[in-house]
Design a protein around this ligand. Sequence first.
Ligand SMILES: [Zn+2]
Length: 107
Amino acid sequence: MLTLTCPCCGVTAEETELAPGGEAHLKRFGPGASEAEFEAYMFARANTKGVVFERWRHAYGCGKWFLAARSSVTLEVFGTYPAQTSAPPADLIAAIKARVPGWEGYP
Ligand SMILES: [Zn+2]
């Protein structure tokens, strides 16, 4: 079972207490965007095998959104961090690179 620690309230919660929110760090486009950009925002997902960055909500806890880095293969959790960030923290990236040899890093 997937277990994540909410960075907002500090509670370690099982997957049943959380609500998934899909891929993290999507680039959102405004009213002047092309249809291709909007289509990519709406439908295109990386669906990576390996290290993934996801949005989660502590639904049966504090109710706040946060982001998590984990492996989609082993369910190993590399870390969680607040949702108010535009990119994963540098220390988390370094920890993932140390744990997953050959990982190319966050784009
Ligand atoms: Zn929480």
